[in-house]
Design a protein around this ligand. Structure first.
Ligand code: PLP
Length: 283
């Protein structure tokens, strides 16, 4: 596989950044992940817009224009012959003598690589996934897609250790924020699709945005509000969204079956719609 590091395409196994890179030392950087289906990047404009916002919030400058980043991503997809999978890209404040304050003249680091992965036909999409809830231990600016992911790593590991696919993180008020790397949704008995509103408490998911637009187009009722773990247990349906998993039905939370304990109708329909629309708009 080929990776991109600071202006050059190199074999992934040989791709290197400095041990002084601030991404490594301080997690002083941001990232994006976009799905690839049929050799095309899905919803990549939204991902690049979010990258630009994350960079701005950390006063980080991209070493190349965003349009060039899109070209680099497309070149990785082509060179690595990715039909289905994802492209990861990361920008950090670069390598400099270790000091907490911003370095005066470090050049930012841009790294990108691709991964092949089955996205359309995954057992998780077919069978649904199990969720465990964990306390949300993250910092107060979760709207920035920073590479500081330790709380998400611990949350996901907690899920793996109890045989679950994903962890839903819960704030101090008992309200679900989001998954370790996905957005959380429930469907109420009245048929409303509920997901937490965007704020500094969650990452504004690109897939969340697209799926909500589709749900609105279908005339479904949407409630952008927080929901508790107790309300989630009681939901008729639950699902999650993310760039690399699209829409996945949730069949169990903390060992309790959700609804009939099988993938729900809304999740199934929204997944199908999302795939059709995303592929139409893919670049
Ligand atoms: N929330 C968190 C914390 C994430 O890390 C992610 C994606 O990785 C998402 C939500 C979903 O965002 P998107 O749909 O843009 O992939």
């Amino acid at each position: 596989d080929i990776a991109y590091v600071n202006g050059a395409f190199t074999p992934l196994a040989e791709a290197r950044v400095s041990v002084l890179d601030r991404g490594f030392l301080f997690a002083d950087g941001v990232y994006e992940v976009a799905a690839v289906i049929d050799g095309k990047l899905i919803d990549n404009e939204a991902h690049l817009a979010r990258l630009e916002r994350s960079l701005g919030e950390l006063r980080l400058k991209s070493p190349v224009p965003l349009a060039r980043i899109a070209e680099i991503e497309a070149e990785l997809v082509a060179r690595n012959d990715v039909k289905e999978g994802m492209v990861y890209l990361q920008i950090t404040r670069g390598a400099a003598e270790r000091d907490f304050g911003f370095p005066k003249d470090a050049a930012p680091t841009l790294v990108a690589f691709s991964q092949k992965k089955n996205i359309l036909s995954s057992p998780a999409a077919q069978n649904g996934v199990k969720i465990v809830t964990v306390p949300d231990l993250r910092w107060a600016r979760r709207d920035i897609k920073s590479v500081a992911l330790l709380a998400q790593v611990l949350a996901k590991q907690a899920a793996v250790e109890v045989g679950c696919h994903e962890a839903w993180m819960v704030d101090a008020d008992g309200l679900v924020t989001e998954g370790s790397s996905s957005t959380a949704f429930i469907v109420t008995k009245g048929g409303a699709i509920v997901t937490r509103p965007n704020s500094q408490s969650i990452l504004p998911g690109c897939t969340r945005r697209a799926v909500l637009a589709l749900a609105a187009r279908e005339g479904l009722t949407i409630e952008e509000r927080s929901f508790s773990v107790a309300e989630a247990y009681d939901a008729v349906e639950a699902f999650l969204t993310s760039a690399s998993s699209l829409v996945l039905p949730v069949i169990e939370i903390d060992g309790r079956p959700i609804g009939a304990g099988v993938p729900g109708e809304n999740a199934r329909a929204l997944r199908q719609l999302y795939i059709e629309c995303a592929m139409n708009d893919a670049t």
